[in-house]
Design a protein around this ligand. Sequence first.
Ligand SMILES: Nc1ncnc2c1ncn2[C@@H]1O[C@H](COP(=O)(O)OP(=O)(O)O)[C@@H](O)[C@H]1O
Ligand SMILES: [Mg+2]
Length: 260
Amino acid sequence: MVKIRLFRAIANAFGKNKTGFVTLIKTCYQGNFVSFAAMQTPIVQAKGLVKRFGSLEVLKGIDFEAYPAELVAIVGPSGAGKTTLLQILGTLEQADQGSLSLMGAQLNRMSDKALSAFRNKYIGFVFQFHHLLPEFTALENMLIPAFIGGMKKKEAECRAAELLEYLGLSDRAHHKPSELSGGEQQRIAVARALMNKPSLVLADEPSGNLDSANATSLHQLFFDLRKTFGQTFIIVTHNTALAALSDRTVRLADGRVVVQ
Ligand SMILES: Nc1ncnc2c1ncn2[C@@H]1O[C@H](COP(=O)(O)OP(=O)(O)O)[C@@H](O)[C@H]1O
Ligand SMILES: [Mg+2]
């Protein structure tokens, strides 16, 4: 049965496009046998994104797609528009032109309130600096997005305990960010991003502030999470090792996707 589905999916993907086919094979290879119907539907689909700040056109018509359980690296020189693109994909910024759909929902049509709820539920963010609140413990920092999303205290605490255990950080739960190492702070920031079980994780230079050992272990964590939970990761990075390991690298230069 599985073989027939696999065969059919390969045939379909082949007929469609090369990226879909490569994603399919890579995802199967990862052992994540995600439903093929879902796999061929992009979780992120952006078309013709244009963004201007005053007279500066920062994004000049970007098409971008990402599929379930895909790990995409966005690379390019400083000022290319990577952060702006990620913020638009994460609904933190709005494009001046173009369309964006996430998990099949057309975002242009959503009110601000609906958009905030959507973001809280479906998207996790990791930034270069951990942005943990200094007066709260690691655990409390993790609980915040869950409470905002309306999760009950008991359920949120269970979820946090589960994540802390997975990350090997259970013994750091009651420490404040200043009492954690840089690597631990960033892993807690990842845990916070995962609290609401997002389908999509967006990370902006997440290892940019870490030494190489901590950077490698953070990158490994992304791959482990993707394999275990099947989230899609879109990661802006200058780290060539991470980009080389990703399923697909999208290069931006001067507000455009550069054809590889
Ligand atoms: N809020 C803003 N207001 C004005 N200019 C901005 C703003 N955000 C980014 N820019 C400009 O847009 C360009 C792209 O920035 P950014 O997306 O941060 O690039 P990258 O992340 O690739 O370094 C830069 O020239 C930057 O100065
Ligand atoms: Mg940036």
